[in-house]
Design a binder for this molecule. Sequence first.
Ligand SMILES: [Zn+2]
Length: 355
Amino acid sequence: MITRLPNSHVLIATVLLTAIVAIPSFQAAAQDASVEKGTIRVTLLGIGAGPRGGQFDIQRPVGLQTSTLVEIEARAFLFDAGRGVLEQISKLGGAYFAKVDRVYLTHLHGDHNIGLPDLWLTPIRVPEGGRSVPLQVFGPAGTEEMARHIASAFEYNLFYNGNSSAASALIGNDVRQGIIYEADGITITAFDVDHSPANIASEDRVDYPALGFRVDYAGHSVAISGDTRFSENLIHYSEGVDVLIHEVGGGAGGGGAGMGAMGAMGAMGASGRGGHHTSILEAGEIFNRVQPELAVYSHFSRGTNQRLIDQTRSVYDGALLVGTEMTVITIGSSVEVIPGSDDPSTAVQPATGAR
Ligand SMILES: [Zn+2]
């Protein structure tokens, strides 16, 4: 266990937890592009929800959107590519321009894919060490078509720059629930979640495909919810997972789960079971059912951290992390967290009570 302890909330986390280790230095600099064998490294590149990236502040009307990088040994798997994804990747170091060549989209909303053209085109134009293979994009039905349209939209750019190499290809792949990647002990499983609009008839929900993903490697695992209302299928596929990264509704404008698990409404839109996001109390219930080593929020509204913690705590007493940009979670013999900021609300909230 790592025990550097310069401040009090980290001390508490380290003392009370057996498996979760908070490392109190902030992830800002480049990191080693190869991850220690036997561990999964997760970097929250962006955590902002919706068109404005979780911002409801006129002073800063838009923010970074959802994107999560999962690394195993020398491989990288990027989940979603919202606004700013490439800038965030570049903070990790130049090696990542070449390393990130596979993107998994949970669904085709702009806050999850608007960074895709940048991620596709820019890393083949860096002076050295850029991506030398096509960018592969995997996602629900419609992903292949979307990738094709993006490629034709930028045809002139490729023509002008004379980019006809393999690296300049953008390849979309529609995937369905099941194992979608299996190599060298790494398994990625896609599973259906439900992000259909509120009040849609259940027989029409098939027209709104959305996926969550689970990565398994060396006896360790992480699951990513994507955008979804409360999903029994997500709970099923998350069984035994070490880290569960879940979206949560409940915007800065009030509401949220204070109104009860079945009727919560947030500023992002309806977030109860009738809506298309998960309320805070519902997320707490999901964490309770799944019992991950560490429950993580990503994809939410700015300024709601303390409310997320307080309301989740009313139903869930396990270790909880409200994500922030550039938070690094390493999943090995223990789960280690390097918060992305010094705000205490972005540090690991240790488990309370006996579990
Ligand atoms: Zn979203």
